[in-house]
Ligand binder design. Structure first.
Ligand code: NAD
Length: 455
């Protein structure tokens, strides 16, 4: 704990020295972060494979390239993001210099989750560095190989005075949270988010919460069933379903379900072969604890497993699994599944599907699959979610011009691209005045009078 406090003190002194403020410094650190990822790509891929059996292709797409793209984007736009934003003025401020200036908060804490262990730390870090903060990152102890690699690499590439890695699980994180930070950016579960907020409230520290929940997929009206099945299988079983934006469950009519099932089976076979366990493209469950949690769900569901269901404890493997006849109060519908199990719930109209979704907490992402634009429009207008995508899954979060984040129980705040820079910046309202118009100012000085009010 003392060493953590010392590390934060070191960062705070560096911040107060003003070293992180010049654009050149921020640009250098962002470039160094880029070098760190590029020069150690093989080691990163190995660590991700060790932690999650992550296929190289998925790791490059969702951990390496997405962060490199974010870095390129931030470096290209940094100059314009850092400019003061001049605002329109009224008569009384006509001669003043009125602007919004983005200033760093100070020393910020970024706590990551294990499912995309590199991306979930380094991508927010891009925004934090770009905004001029000093940063402590706390990787998830569950993805141990990536955690240890990040702790080894960050000090080699980034300024040790300004950036630090603190390792550990729940107890160490709780101790870390007793220290005062100027902003806390947390990615993880809703239950832990409550403790984060409680700890933050002691110092009145603002928080960004990137949480999860149950992301629904609604399938209604005419639909290209083959393409829908392929996109759903990709989005659901990418990283073995351990994505915060994976479709958690599907809602459709009985007829759509009957047409969808063979298409889902075909897409699974096309992607992972007849024996997905032997496919190099299927990730593993991160830990035995999570494996057992998922197996328990399969044991307790009153739904019918129609695809998959095979498992192998030693290999932390669960086959891509589809479950039908799932009731609204089924165990699979209680919490975010966060694994390769896809329940399908039959709800006979899009309106009832919308009611179903609106009875639950607002999700991080909401998906609708339909050829009919009126169906897409209705679902978009009558629901709320962090992000929305029609006729696909996950891909909306790869565009850095769209904010990524939740709403309500799926999270507060957002990041990616400029939104990350904004999240880690204080928008300071600045009015720079001279001595002009003193006669006009006289209107607000005592002695007050009715005449002055009506002027
Ligand atoms: P988690 O909440 O268990 O852990 C996340 C982080 O919190 C880890 O670094 C962990 O060490 C720390 N932690 C755990 N218990 C703690 C405690 N009691 N006090 C303080 N810190 C504690 O979450 P997880 O299992 O790593 O991640 C899964 C969840 O994260 C899912 O709900 C998923 O949807 C969500 N998630 C959200 C996003 C997003 O961007 N919105 C991305 C990935 C994951």
């Amino acid at each position: 704990m003392d060493s953590h406090r010392q590390a934060v003190d070191r960062l705070r002194s560096a911040f107060h020295s003003g070293v992180t403020l010049p654009e050149k410094f921020r640009r250098t650190q962002l470039t160094n972060l880029m070098s760190m990822i590029k020069e150690n790509e093989e080691q990163i891929l190995t660590a991700l494979h060790k932690d999650l059996g992550k296929p190289k292709f998925e790791a490059i797409l969702s951990e390496i390239d997405i962060v490199l793209n974010e870095l390129h984007y931030a470096i290209s736009n940094l100059t314009s993001w850092m400019q003061p934003e001049y605002v329109s003025k009224n008569l009384a401020t006509k001669l003043d210099d009125c602007s919004v200036r983005r200033e760093p908060f100070g020393v910020v804490l970024i706590i990551g989750a294990w499912n995309y262990p590199l991306q979930l730390l380094t991508l927010p870090m891009v925004g934090a560095i770009a905004a001029g903060n000093c940063v402590v990152i706390k990787p998830s102890e569950v993805s141990a190989a990536t955690d240890s690699l990040i702790a080894e690499l960050i000090p080699k590439y980034l300024s040790q005075d300004c950036y630090a890695v603190v390792r550990g699980g729940a107890e160490e994180t709780k101790a870390l949270l007793q220290i005062r930070f100027d902003h806390i950016f947390y990615t993880g579960s809703q239950s832990v988010a409550r403790s984060i907020m409680q700890a933050a409230s002691v110092h009145l520290t603002p928080v960004t919460l990137e949480l999860g929940g149950k992301c629904p997929g609604l399938i209604y009206g005419r639909i290209n069933i083959t393409a829908a099945a392929r996109r759903l299988v990709w989005a659901k079983f990418f990283n073995a379903g351990q994505s915060c934006v994976a479709p958690d469950y599907l809602l459709c009519t009985a007829a759509t379900r009957d047409a969808l099932l063979p298409a889902l089976s075909q897409a699974l076979e096309d992607f992972y072969g007849k024996e997905p366990q032997k496919s190099p493209d299927m990730s593993r469950i991160v830990s035995l604890r999570h494996w057992s949690r998922l197996i328990e769900l399969l044991g307790k569901t009153s739904g019918k497993v129609v695809v998959g269901g095979e498992r192998d404890q030693e290999d932390k493997y669960i086959a891509p699994t589809v479950v039908v006849d799932v009731a609204e109060d089924d165990v699979l519908m209680k919490e975010e599944i966060f694994g390769p199990i896809l329940p399908i719930i039959t709800v006979e109209s899009v309106e009832k599907g919308i009611d179903f979704v609106n009875r639950k907490e607002k999700p991080l992402a909401l998906y609708v699959f339909s050829d009919e634009s009126s169906v897409v429009k209705t679902v978009l207008e009558k629901t709320s979610s962090g992000g929305f995508c029609s006729n696909d899954g996950i891909v909306h979060m790869t565009l850095p011009t769209l904010p990524f984040g939740g709403v309500g129980a799926s999270g507060w705040g957002s990041y990616h691209g400029r939104w990350g820079f904004e999240t880690f910046s204080h928008r300071r309202a600045c009015m720079l005045r001279g001595w002009a118009l003193e006669r006009l100012n006289g209107l607000r000085y005592p002695p007050y009078s009715e005449d002055k009010l009506s002027w």
